[in-house]
Design a protein around this ligand. Structure first.
Ligand SMILES: Cc1cc2nc3c(=O)[nH]c(=O)nc-3n(C[C@H](O)[C@H](O)[C@H](O)COP(=O)(O)OP(=O)(O)OC[C@H]3O[C@@H](n4cnc5c(N)ncnc54)[C@H](O)[C@@H]3O)c2cc1C
Length: 426
């Protein structure tokens, strides 16, 4: 029977290398040059290239693509375990060629791009010679794609795009923008005339697309295929994101325990106070539950498909934001006043929780999807009472036992006596 929670030793060696490399190189780099990969400084870029070469030499560069998309096809479970390590170091995903939003955009290109489009955009994105952004949300509505208005109109050999997008992460510094229109997904070079980036918000950009002309071959996938392509971006990506969130929760948990053992109050170290112990015990259980759930979902994707695992992917998506919020809050609280400052990562971690509940779609929308999909497996009961109504169950059981009773009247007497005893006790 296959039911195993161990990592095979060969892959564990890779994970150990990643852990060591991140601790040794990536962590310190992130404290000195937080955005090293995008730095215009040639010296910093050289530093980054050297580290990335080490990753490539280990065969660990940009491993997120499935085999049929030209990647190594590692599978979501292994990618999940890798991301659990990377998630502790903000700079790590980019140093391993596996940072959003590029990964999702590359997945769309790999799955739907023509050979020519792949050569033009996928290869440079994989090599980080180019960066991308994803323009889907609009100012008038994000959760409901039926409210989106941005459209592309064919004019000779060109598409003309008009519309307005909101919260395009890193749009300002992207080379190409993947623009979701009501009639397809388009690749728009950021410097195309008519692309106007508003000064605010600074990191998640408000972009006006005003008569933006792109050649006909900048349509990615089929016309009217935007929603299908948008789904494609998110499957495995959500698992990686969840495992990186688990890394953050683990960091908060480690900090919580260390601090609880290091401070005193009212005659005891604070770890000896029961309310502190409750926070530690509950955080541990939440972390374990989330981790097992995410890994099981990754395993399910590997056994079936992202489509088959959709309910669990959506459930993971809203659960991770809650667990991060609760564990980072408790860790912050146990750190007292220090926890409220920016001298530890806890404040940022706690602030990230509501953000996480919105990025990739509001949690409420995912909860509604999960409930709708689960309810499809059920039917309403007939009559006034539910299937598990105990008198119904008892009646069925009596019928089932009738032949035993017929064969052995003594057994019937025992059953009758027990029934009377139970009825008397009610
Ligand atoms: C950090 C971050 C990065 C992002 N990056 C990108 C990006 O790169 N590209 C991009 O296109 N977008 C991006 N987004 C936008 C994200 O996709 C949207 O925020 C999300 O889809 C929600 O849309 P909205 O913000 O317009 O909220 P709204 O749709 O206005 O929803 C607001 C609130 O209304 C409630 N609500 C909405 N619908 C329902 C419902 N059906 N049932 C119950 N309650 C509901 C929920 O409480 C929800 O939080 C990013 C968002 C964040 C926070």
């Amino acid at each position: 029977m296959a039911w195993d929670f161990q990592t095979d030793p060969e892959f564990q060696e890779k994970l150990d290398w990643i852990q060591d490399f991140c601790e040794r190189e990536v962590g310190p780099l992130g404290h000195i040059f937080p955005h090293a990969v995008r730095s215009p400084d040639p010296k910093v870029r050289e530093l980054v290239r050297t580290l990335q070469q080490e990753v490539k030499d280990q065969g660990l560069w940009a491993l997120f693509l499935d085999e049929e998309l030209g990647g190594p096809g590692l599978g979501q479970l292994k990618l999940g375990l890798m991301n659990e390590i990377l998630g502790r170091y903000p700079a790590a995903p980019q140093l391993f060629g596996a940072a959003a939003p590029d990964t999702g955009n590359m997945e769309m290109l790999a799955a739907y791009g023509t050979e020519e489009q792949k050569e033009r955009w996928l290869t440079p994105l994989l090599n980080q010679e180019m960066f991308s952004a994803y323009s889907m949300t609009e100012p008038q509505g994000g959760s409901d794609p039926n409210l989106f208005k941005t459209t592309a109109v064919k004019d000779g050999d060109e598409w003309v795009i008009n519309g307005e997008k909101w919260f395009t992460s890193a749009g300002r510094v992207a080379d190409i923008l993947f623009v979701m229109c009501t009639n397809g997904m388009y690749v728009v070079p950021r410097e195309t005339p008519g692309v106007e980036i508003m000064p605010k918000p600074r990191n998640h950009n408000h972009i006006i697309y005003n008569d933006v002309r792109v050649p006909a071959d900048h349509l990615l996938g089929p016309e009217d295929g935007a929603k299908v392509l948008a789904q494609r971006r998110l499957g495995g990506g959500r698992i990686h994101h969840a495992m990186r969130t688990i890394a953050q929760c683990t960091l908060a948990f480690d900090m919580m325990c260390e601090r609880a053992l290091s401070r005193e109050s009212h005659g005891a170290i604070i770890a000896e106070h029961q309310m502190v112990q409750q926070k530690i015990a509950e955080s541990y259980a939440k972390l374990k539950m989330l981790r097992l759930y995410v890994l099981e979902t990754a395993w399910k994707i590997d056994q079936t498909s992202t489509q088959e695992a959709r309910t669990d992917i959506a459930a993971v998506k809203f659960t991770m934001a809650r667990v991060l919020r609760e564990i980072s809050f408790d860790a912050l609280h146990i750190h007292g006043s220090l926890g409220t400052t920016d001298l530890t990562p806890l404040q940022d971690m706690y602030a990230a929780a509501p953000t996480m509940g919105l990025a990739d779609g509001a949690d409420e929308v995912h909860k509604a999807t999960v409930a709708r999909r689960l309810l499809k497996e059920y039917r309403p009961h007939e009559g006034y009472f539910p299937t598990e109504f105990i008198p119904y169950k008892r009646e069925e059981a009596w019928k089932k036992f009738e032949h035993h009773f017929a064969a052995d009247p003594g057994l019937r007497e025992s059953a009758e006596a027990y029934r009377k005893y139970v009825e008397k006790r009610r």
